[in-house]
Design a protein around this ligand. Structure first.
Ligand code: BG6
Length: 611
């Protein structure tokens, strides 16, 4: 996600802005920029594509900009390719208002139409330019920056941490926040703002956390906070005792834990980006309902966890839309001379958008004239650029090598595709369509609930940390979750594990089950509970020690397992999004118990862009 910084005080602003942005580089970005109050009273905006170093060189490390008030930004593209034009700060026509923003304005299309109707023009593809011009519109209406920020807050939907300078109010910065993090620090004669604590920790450890729907007026050494009723609110500061490295992880011990806890907001942001007026809309991705209706066969190619999303997608799409789905690891798919039919769709799934095998699978399908769809996290990545249509996950940069939030975001995109496909093919009625959307909207809070209660998993992890072999078993979607659970454990704890379709155990693997063998059973599919439980009984009778993951209410499994973990109920088709969370947590705690490098496991890379 993007990073914003700001400063008003008695020192030159630009060097402080660059320093703050450098502390946010870990968040990932593709362009950067700063704006300062120029000596002639006009705003000066400098921005570039690429690394912060390029920006710094453009302004001689900041020395070239004399002002003592400014804002800065590192951009992780969500709307509009990485480019100088799309880089922040954005501004109104005469640059009398400049702004930087981290977040996603969901109703940007509606707002743009409103502004076009008022004679506004646009130079970029970003939602932030629209946000800035909405503020300009309200500032012209009220002639008061606080009023303009309040109106902005009430008018836009989505997530934002936005910092704005108004030419009429030199040396001041106005901020507003909803769902994107924003902190403010005030010292003697100086005031700082940033998306995240690391950017201002060297100047002050006494931080204001701006809460949702709050606005602030930042002056030198002073911050005044308002609610949307324009009432001044008293806020308490929090003292940060983290070091910078811990601060980059949001106070979590590892990026993986931070990213696991980002899953609720990432899933919500991703899902909301496809919901328009209560219905799903994939038009922006280049997939019209008419095109969807023509698809009569789907092939999926991906690697690692992305492949596991493909396995879940197969079950969900076939169950809902009744379209055959074939899923394969991209490294196999690309070399087996795949067979395509006229109305096939190839779906590739990739967080990085650069995985060599997945990219090769995409290119092979395109050479065969097959329509291609990518589910990708990185805007402007090779796979995103080369696919015919792209559905973006809104996971933001994922730092930890073992994916969690990107996997969860890919799942929700797969559900959205399956539900819309079922809808256009007339396989589900309005009632089921609305119910499925409502169930998807409930997933983030269900994930939150699981994450908030992980004590028992932390305890269990210490019990199994020295295991040498673990089996994950499940049927249907539970089997697909077993694949991801097994990979997570292997990736970060280096314990050998194997995922098995539970019904397949008796055809060989059960010979490996002996006294105290650890088996982790997934039982979230109502139609398969009985069969799954009988598989657990089979391994139990051979001495296995069993952990069971099931939906709340299915307490009858207590007699069949040694350690039961419950996840909130949801439509069984979406159960993977919940059942995977305890497995992520368990693997994390096992890795921590073993004292391993959770975020950078041995031998692994975040993206295998070469074969
Ligand atoms: C591996 C990563 O290298 O590549 C996995 O460690 C990931 O987390 C897999 O699932 C595929 O990567 P991508 O970027 O194509 O999703």
């Amino acid at each position: 996600m993007c990073g914003i910084v700001g400063y008003t005080g008695n020192k030159q602003a630009a060097p402080i802005l660059l320093d703050g942005l450098s502390k946010l580089e870990y968040r990932g970005y593709d362009s950067a920029g700063v704006a300062v109050k120029g000596t002639d009273g006009k705003h000066e905006v400098v921005k570039t594509k690429g690394r912060l170093r390029v920006l710094s060189d453009m302004i001689n490390g900041g020395k070239a900009l004399k002002s003592t008030c400014g804002i800065g930004h590192t951009r992780w593209a969500t709307h509009g390719m990485p480019s100088v034009t799309n880089a922040h700060p954005h501004h109104n026509d005469d640059q009398s208002i400049v702004a930087v923003h981290n977040g996603i304005i969901e109703n940007y299309v509606e707002l743009k139409e409103k502004l076009l109707g008022k004679g506004y023009t646009f130079y970029s593809e970003t939602d932030t330019e629209i946000a800035t011009k909405i503020i300009d519109y309200y500032y012209k209406k009220w002639n008061n920056p606080v009023e303009a920020m309040v109106s902005f807050t009430l008018r836009v939907r989505g997530s934002y941490a936005i910092a704005v300078m108004f030419e009429d109010y030199p040396e001041e910065i106005y901020v507003a926040r909803k769902d994107s993090p924003l902190v403010v620090g005030v010292t003697d004669g100086e005031t700082f703002l940033a998306s995240d604590v690391p950017a201002i920790l060297k100047y002050t450890r006494s931080i204001y956390y701006v809460d949702n729907m709050e606005i602030a007026r930042l002056e030198k050494g002073k911050a005044t906070f308002y609610n949307v009723d324009r009432k001044v609110i008293k806020k308490k500061t929090k003292t940060i005792d983290w070091d910078v490295e811990a601060a980059e992880k949001g106070g979590y011990a590892h990026f993986m834990m931070k990213e696991m806890h980002e899953q609720p907001s990432v899933v919500a942001n991703t899902l909301n980006s496809f919901i328009k007026d209560g219905k799903l809309d994939l038009g922006e991705a280049g997939l019209t309902d008419a095109q969807l209706a023509k698809i009569d066969n789907i092939q999926i190619a991906a690697c690692g966890s992305a492949y596991h999303v493909g396995v879940v997608a197969k079950y969900v799409i076939e169950e809902l839309a009744r379209v055959p789905v074939h899923v394969d690891v991209a490294s196999e798919f690309r070399y087996r001379n795949p067979i395509f039919n006229k109305n096939d769709l190839l779906i590739v799934i990739s967080q990085s958008g650069e995985t060599a095998d997945t990219l090769a699978a995409l290119r092979g399908a395109k050479e065969s004239g097959v329509k291609t769809l990518a589910i990708v996290n990185v805007l402007g990545s090779s796979i995103a650029r080369e696919a015919d249509a792209v559905l973006y996950t809104k996971a933001g940069p994922e730092i930890s090598v073992a994916t969690t939030k990107a996997y969860s975001a890919q799942l929700i995109v797969a559900y959205v595709l399956a539900v819309q496909l079922a809808r256009v093919r007339g396989k589900i009625d309005d009632g089921r369509y609305s119910a499925l959307i409502a169930d998807m909207l409930a997933i983030p809070s269900a994930i939150e609930k699981i994450l908030s209660d992980d004590e028992s998993l932390k305890w269990f992890a210490t019990k199994i940390a020295n295991r040498k072999d673990v089996f994950f078993i499940g049927r249907g979607i539970d089997y697909a979750v077993s694949l991801e659970g097994s990979l997570k454990l292997k990736e970060i704890s280096y314990i050998h594990s194997e995922a098995y379709a539970a019904g397949e155990l008796k055809h060989g693997t059960i010979s490996l089950i002996e006294d105290d063998t650890l088996v982790i059973g997934l039982i979230t599919q109502p139609g398969l509970v009985e069969k799954s439980v009988s598989n657990l009984v089979e391994v139990k009778s051979r001495g296995a020690y069993i952990m069971g993951v099931t939906s709340s209410g299915n307490y009858s499994i207590e007699k069949n397992v040694d350690f039961a973990v419950y996840v909130p109920t949801t439509d069984p088709l979406f159960a993977a999004s919940l059942a995977v969370i305890p497995l992520q947590l368990l693997s994390y705690y096992v890795s921590v118990t073993k004292g391993l490098d959770v975020d950078m496991p041995r031998n692994l890379a975040k993206c295998v862009a070469v074969e």
